[in-house]
Design a protein around this ligand. Structure first.
Ligand code: YZS
Length: 257
């Protein structure tokens, strides 16, 4: 599912489960987390996450078939996506995301947690919880708020449409958009630059940025109220309908109940 390589202290994690559109299920995410840890232990000073060149779908997001039964929180703290995001945030070396094709749902959160994002021309990002009726969670929303301007994020959430990488690059959400035939070399150049900088300074910089940007000023009462509101949504008919519709490859019919 994931190929790992390390050369000139640049680690690379290549998602190769393209037959299943690199869906973020338990198996793939566990390999991702273990791969990151192994690369760092073996001396990587920077890691590139990418998939096979020329793919149509970079990742189709959360593996819908692994969602918990209706009535359970789809984004509880030990589900695969949350574990992957935490591993990326805790990784002491910078992570570069090399994108092409389309990125869906929870995989967008993974992308937004990279330290630097490089995309091929024509790549698109679709943030889709409102297409499925998923009540996204506070730490997940922080991942997006930390890098996407508020009105752009709101439009992405409410419309759940494909947003071109070129548009996100205008706001600095994506660092660079390059022709697809230059993508790998361009990303590798950035990685090689990073290998020449001070690893300890980079690591403590990342740790501080992560801690500071993840501080949510919520009272315990507010947090409990949010969790109660989210519970009402993942127990609703509409959430069941959203998940069923995507499995049946049809448009959902939401009834607000
Ligand atoms: O029919 P088979 O068995 O070949 O399987 C199909 C799809 O059912 C499967 N597949 C998925 N399986 C599990 N989880 C998924 N997310 C998922 N997406 C697709 O892969 C096989 C190939 O899919 P096709 O639809 O036939 O491929 P294609 O016509 O090329 O269309 C590709 C896209 C990506 C456009 C299409 O598969 C699609 O719309 N997939 C759903 C994308 C999506 O909405 N993902 C968000 C999942 N939700 C989350 O990540 C969070 C929970 S949230 O919603 O909160 O953001």
């Amino acid at each position: 599912m994931i190929e790992i390589s390390l050369k000139e202290r640049v680690g690379q994690l290549k998602l190769t489960h393209t037959r299943k559109l690199n869906v973020m299920g338990n198996a793939l995410v566990t390999q991702l987390i273990n791969g990151l840890a192994k690369l760092v232990a073996d001396g990587a000073l920077v890691v590139i996450i990418k998939t096979l060149p020329g793919v149509k779908v970079w990742s189709a997001g959360y593996d819908i078939n692994e969602l918990p039964p209706h009535g359970q929180d789809p984004l509880e703290c030990d589900e695969p996506l949350r574990r992957a995001v935490r591993a990326m945030q805790a990784c002491p070396v910078p992570i570069l995301m090399q994108l092409e094709g389309s990125v869906w749902g929870g995989a967008c959160e993974l992308v937004m947690n990279a330290d630097i994002i490089v995309a091929a021309e024509g790549s698109v990002i679709s943030f889709t919880p409102s297409r499925l009726g998923v009540p996204y969670n506070p730490s997940g929303i922080m991942s997006f708020l930390n890098c996407i301007p508020l009105h752009v994020l709101k439009e992405m959430f409410y419309r759940a449409q494909q947003v071109p990488a070129e548009r996100l690059a205008q706001y600095g959400v994506i660092n660079y958009v390059v022709p697809s035939h230059e993508l790998a070399a361009f990303t590798l150049d950035i990685a090689l630059d990073i290998t020449k900088t001070a690893p300890l300074a980079n690591s403590v910089f990342k740790e501080q940025v992560t801690s500071i940007t993840n501080s949510i000023p919520l009272t315990s009462n507010e947090f409990e109220r949010i969790e109660a509101s989210r519970r009402a949504v993942y127990c609703s008919h509409d959430y069941l309908e959203g998940v069923t519709a995507i499995k049946e490859k049809r448009s959902p019919v939401f009834k607000r109940r």
